[in-house]
Design a protein. Sequence first.
Length: 329
Amino acid sequence: FCRVDPYGFERPEDFDYASYEAFFSRYLVVLTRRAIKWSKLLKGNNSIQKSLKVKRYIRKGIPNEHRALVWMIVSGAQANMEQNPGYYHRLLEGEKNAKLLEAIKTDMNRTFPDNVKFRKTADPCLQHTLYNVLVAYGHHNKAVGYCQGMNFIAGYLILITKNEEESFWLLDALIGRILPDYYSPAMLGLKTDQEVLGELVKMKVPAVAELMERHGVMWTLVVSRWFICLFIDILPVETVLRIWDCLFYEGSKIIFRVALTLIKQNQAFILEATNFPDICDKFKQITKGTLVTECHSFMQKIFTDPGSLSMATINKLRESCREKLLSQG
């Protein structure tokens, strides 16, 4: 058995190889079928127009060989990169903020200690690439600078694109456009979205919302890492990548779909909790197991399980939750 997965992550001691093999042999058939369809869709001209067909294809997963390209196109990162030739390198050559560099350096060794490609001994060592992307981004978006969590996201982008400049522009698409205000110093967007999830759970899984309220568990305690790391280190790699496929195309509401599905599918299990620590523990456990490993069926569930979830609903909830947070401030 291979101790290291295709992305360079070491598998944990208790990794269940048997059920993973069983899942992956089935999933491989799906991937092969999708790859043929994608090659036809892209037909070597590397352009995609948004359409229902493309949306359907993306929900069913982008094959790894096309993933970087499709993310770049559908997120708008490709267009931005083409409109700003040389910009990325100018950022790296320009004046630097010493405090920012220090903050980024501190986090380098903490980023994916379980990934062989990010080790100092690796050749090439992706720490250098990661450092450059984060330094460039911090100088490009001074309002955000650098914030913990961004290192994991940039690291994943580098593993998929294998390209420094593309990773920078995808990071910009996520932080600048797709995620509303998650990484600014006050993290207002992030705090808002955790409250929005709480409101959605009240609507869609009321028993769980009631349990949380009864034991005084704040949503931020159990889901903040889901939002900050976009499920990195929470869910299996393949599943995270499938979620990101949709995130780049459909935007931030995908995060709510995933969170609601995890909660709804595990409702009975969560409701067994009888106290505060118990609830927190249950939320850690629901991100493991076959539900999330079987990424193909899991992704089908996120579009059916939570029921309808319009951007209008989310924006309305965001507005009221943000006002509430600001008035408490």
